[in-house]
Design a protein around this ligand. Sequence first.
Ligand code: PAF
Length: 296
Amino acid sequence: MTALGTAAKRRSPAAQVPVAQSREELARERAKLRGPIGLVMTMGALHDGHGSLIREAAKHGSVMVTIFINPLQFGAGEDLDRYPRTLGADLELCARAGASLVFAPTPDVVYPSGPPLVRIDPGPGGEMLEGASRPGHFTGVLTVVHKMLNLTRPDRAYFGEKDFQQLTLIERMVADLDMPVTIVGVPTWRDADGLAMSSRNRYLTPEQRPTALALSEALAAGSEVATQGRGAVLDAAREALAAHPDVKVDRLDLVNPATLDDATSGPARLLVAGILTGQTGPVRLIDNTALTLGMA
Ligand code: PAF
């Protein structure tokens, strides 16, 4: 990220939102905010799904948005280097959606002593599901979320349900560590064709979008037969995915939404992860939906 000048200078006419890059600027600009403070944490490359989080937060008071690509949560061979960086457009979206302040630090501001030696252990929930495919990912996520909550001190923090396991682990961290913040989950925002909005969708070519719909189609197929029980849901979802051989299915799980263990009846979450070959390499997309399982 390039230097932007002082926070005041960064109020461009197109994007009427102050931007703090240092901890001092953040403290100074945060002190000007009025009412309850909501936080929306992002890695940038913002889309209207982020817009929906900001708009939801803005109903309750001032909104801070963090834009920070957290190196700690990317594994070797993942897309840290090519992750889209679109700060100008991000600031415009923040302004339009009603953000009051953006905190866009560089890694040395967030981790002034280098990679942190003390990190947040997500417990067993961090090693299952997405964590099994991405070892260490949730340690990196919880560590940066914990730090950002300490730096910004919001009353409420808003996270999308698309990253369902992330949301569950953040709720658990806040409860287990008695952190003074309310976590709010916001439903997944979708494009008109049903594709869950994601910063990684921009790696896809227009021709690949119908293929990417394999994920939402699998969720819909599984939901349709939820009353028939676990086996039927997984079979229906697998069948829908098989209709798109260009998608390599990385994960398909049906879990209890509170414990993330396998669900057998009652409220459940169907989670899917698939890999497509994008314009600049493999694109890993995730999606999920809530359903209520009947007994088989
Ligand atoms: O969901 C994301 O974009 C990231 O995992 C988060 C919560 C901003 C932490 O880096």
